[in-house]
Design a protein around this ligand. Structure first.
Ligand code: SF4
Length: 287
């Protein structure tokens, strides 16, 4: 079996920076440091940081007075920034600069435009971004949400609409949805801002290209990782055999024996060492 690894793998710049900064402060302060939500969707990375003293929490209420708190790369809600400000907490804000820039653009455009965010309604990044948009805003997850969204646009009496995207959303789908919106609701002024992250888009494009030359694809990443799931969706558009795996144990029940060419791609929160372990496992078993 020939195994072809996607050219773009490993942590994106945002994930890589967050992990490096988290290690730096854990080593510098040598005390418990809290992180609101999973620092990224990889159990092994979370485990190694927790061994160094990081504690993953779900609410700022869990942070003791005077303690230190990490905001991860996904970004946080405006209310959470206010809550931290009003408490005796030392904040380490590791929000990816690209996500921060979207917060700023959303907040400034919301002054005179209705804000539409295209992405997954419950994704922490989207929840954070929407909080900067105020009431005149809506998250469109897919085509089925568009008419309901425009009922809200009509209620707002605004004639201008600013549309941006979750950073890990598919750039192609963003373009499809925004084209459809502009043709169906053509009596508004639009600011179309494709804020999908280039790191995400490039990896998606490379994955799609790789699918043209292989029989099956392994996509490596956390099962809750939005960008990993999107890579698997892109691969499934071209291939019948696409396997989403988090680590070697997920490969035990997968039969790859009839595959001549296998593509391997990984999400932006997958460490290279995990990808290498999986490739070694497949090589040992099938080659
Ligand atoms: S995918 Fe892009 S926006 Fe998201 S954390 Fe990585 S670099 Fe930042």
């Amino acid at each position: 079996m020939e195994i072809i690894l996607n050219k773009l793998n490993g942590f994106c710049a945002g994930s890589s920076n967050t992990i490096k900064q988290a290690i730096r402060i854990l080593e510098q302060y040598e005390e418990k440091i809290y992180c609101l939500g999973e620092i990224l969707h990889n159990e092994r990375v979370i485990g190694s940081l927790e061994d160094k003293g990081m504690i993953t929490i779900n609410s700022i209420d869990e942070v003791p007075d005077g303690a230190k708190l990490i905001f991860r790369a996904h970004g946080e809600t405006k209310d959470n920034y206010l809550e931290v400000k009003n408490k005796n907490i030392m904040l380490f804000d590791f929000t990816c600069p690209k996500v921060k820039k979207i917060h700023d653009k959303v907040e400034s455009n919301s002054k005179d435009s209705f804000v539409i965010i295209i992405g997954k309604k419950t994704h922490p990044e989207v929840v954070g971004t929407k909080s900067f948009a105020g009431d005149n805003s809506y998250v469109i997850e897919n085509e089925n949400d568009i008419d309901d969204c425009f009922n809200k646009v009509i209620e707002s009496n605004l004639n201008s609409i600013y549309i941006c995207s979750q950073t890990t959303y598919s750039s192609e789908k963003f373009n499809e949805i925004t084209d459809f919106i502009q043709s169906k609701y053509d009596n508004y002024t639009y600011i179309i801002d494709n804020t999908t992250c280039p790191a995400t888009k490039n990896r998606q494009d490379e994955t799609s290209r790789l699918c043209d030359s292989v029989d099956a694809m392994i996509v490596i990443g956390g099962k809750h990782s939005s960008n990993t799931l999107e890579l698997a969706n892109i691969a499934r558009e071209k291939l019948d055999k696409v396997f989403l795996v988090q680590d070697i144990s997920d490969l035990e029940d997968i039969d790859l024996s009839n595959i001549n060419k296998l593509g391997v791609s990984s999400g932006a929160s997958t460490p290279n060492e995990v990808t290498n372990e999986i490739i070694d496992y497949i090589n040992n078993k099938y080659n």
